[in-house]
Ligand binder design. Structure first.
Ligand code: DC
Length: 244
């Protein structure tokens, strides 16, 4: 099993930017688990499936084929759903709200969880996963668990600027309200709510540059990789002793 880094945290904490850079530095696969839920939400929206129609949403999750291109050096990743590019479309505020609702359905999460584990098991060098429940549910034995967060207004400001840059007509207050609603839903849901894993390292990103955050996480990765290597070597010695 490759090296596993779990990066969880609320919307706007900077997870994507940081996780992509960490994955690139470690030459690992990057998995944006939010994009998987978003993709299912987009197809549900297009097909007019209600967010409370659980049975249809679970069937939809099972048949929806989501694929990711490798990361480019500048951090772009193309997302395809059933062979159609949806990279930008899954990021609209409407899809964000719908995703937050759909991702609270336990059976939908089970389907997505299986897919996440399969992708990680197939990643030769390891994987950096970002989401809400990676360290608590998907990979409770991850080599490193980070809970990345920032103050509410700082997160909303980043989100607002991101949406503005994409040409969306939205006010700061609307972005803040939208984020509050999603945060509430993501943290209060019964299944896999957003919370730091007990053994996670919390990194608060207010006032830090992306490079500072990435460097902090990379140095934790180096420590954990060295530990893993030590464990591996002592297992080898024990095996040899047993065989002797
Ligand atoms: O990280 P994001 O903003 O792309 O996530 C979109 C939504 O999906 C968000 O409301 C929380 C949900 N999500 C989740 O429930 N579990 C994950 N592992 C990732 C995202």
């Amino acid at each position: 099993m490759g090296f596993i880094v779990a990066i969880d945290g609320p919307a706007g904490a900077g997870k994507s930017t940081v996780a992509k850079r960490v994955a690139t530095e470690l030459e690992c696969t990057y998995l944006d688990t939010g994009a998987m839920y978003r993709s299912i939400a987009l197809v549900a929206q297009r097909q007019g499936i209600s967010p409370i129609d659980e049975a249809s949403l679970v069937s939809l999750a099972r048949i929806t084929r989501i694929s990711f291109s490798p990361l480019t050096p500048d951090g772009f990743q193309r997302v395809e759903v059933n062979s159609e590019e949806v990279t930008a479309e899954i990021r609209t505020p409407e899809v964000s709200q719908l995703t937050s609702k759909i991702s609270s359905i336990g059976l939908v999460r089970e389907v997505v969880l299986e897919q996440q584990r399969r992708i990680a098991y197939e990643a030769p060098a390891g994987v950096v996963l970002e989401g809400r429940d990676i360290g608590t549910v998907v990979f409770p034995y991850a080599d490193l668990k980070i809970f990345l967060t920032a103050g509410e207004e700082e997160r909303a400001r980043r989100r607002y600027e991101e949406l503005k840059a994409q040409g969306m007509d939205i006010s700061f207050l609307a972005a803040l309200e939208d984020q509050r609603e999603r945060d509430r839903r993501d943290s209060e849901r019964e299944v896999a709510p957003l919370r730091p894993a007990e053994d996670s390292v919390t990194v608060v990103t207010d006032g830090l540059t992306v490079s500072e955050v990435v460097e902090r996480i990379l140095s934790l990765c180096r420590e954990r990789l060295a530990l893993r290597e030590q464990k591996h070597q002592s297992n080898q010695i024990e095996r040899k002793d047993l065989l002797a």
